[in-house]
Design a protein around this ligand. Sequence first.
Ligand code: FES
Ligand SMILES: [Fe+2]
Length: 359
Amino acid sequence: MSAPIRSLAARYYTDPAVFEAERTGLLARTWQFAGHASALENPGDYFAFDLGGESLFCIRGRDGEIRTFYNVCQHRAHQLVSGSGQTRVVVCPYHAWTYELTGELRAGPNIKAVEGFDKSTVCLTSVRTEIFLGFIFVNLDDDAAPMDEWFPGARAELEDFVPNWADLKPLEWVEIPENCNWKVSVENYSECYHCSLNHPTFSTGVIKPETYDIQPQGYCLRHTTECNSLDQMTYDIDSGFAHNEEYSSWFLWPMFSFQVYPGNLLNTYHWRAIDADHVVVWRGWYSVGGEDNETVRRMAVQDRATTVEEDIHLVESVQRGLKSRGYVPGPLVVDPSCGVNSEHSVMHLQRWMREAVDG
Ligand code: FES
Ligand SMILES: [Fe+2]
């Protein structure tokens, strides 16, 4: 008989050196969410963002393509843009070198005076970019496998669950700071062993726990369940789409999740790791054209007041507990038949977490 698998050692969640290894390793070679493509509607629209200590920016070209660059001038390293905006060309604020929207150097004051200066050899450093159902993801690793290889099947399944994804825009972002390591929050999201005890509204008013399961698809954890009996639902669902009465979620390792509530309501999680003890969870809610939608707003408010609020107390207590000298990592409850009361999903996650830090 093999011994049960034990949960990860506490230091993975508390040691700043582990966090630093994740920042320079894991974050630099996995697909990370940058923003929603609807923020870059027209050529020249851009926004800057940080990823693992790097400043980057996404910009839409005249050819319609969205590209991502390191936010650094190739002259003497000044930062190029901040915040968001619209521009015809990218102009460095230091000495006014200008770059095309495709990253090539276009001009610079007096550069013609320099013998042998070949402008075509100067270009902004680009970053791998993929648009995944209107969501912009980037990967600092030029050799990274495409998202469809990391998360097999996820794109097609999501298209099936959210047939109107091309019309959706963010209605609102809800920012949830949590005093815990990002992995504590991600693990908590990735099991429903705690649901019936801690999430009465979610367990009785949204999903049917006895049908809940989570299975890996590559580096995606796919949650599936039927919704609760319609008379118990806390909101009306009648999207007219297939899968109207199901809940599903696609967690994309390591820090993003697409979640579809019954009624084909898309919402997302984006974990932004701050340091070993802090994470901010960005919950995105979407509607057609980003227009006000009562059902979506009601869901966002209900979710924030129930599931999210309940989870904050759980994950913050766990982070305190991980710092206790008295904690010995316990066996995971891995049920061979899986289901809602099994932590097989946490087992997969912790395998990836170990792999990210220990190689
Ligand atoms: S550093 Fe950008 S133009 Fe000089
Ligand atoms: Fe939870």
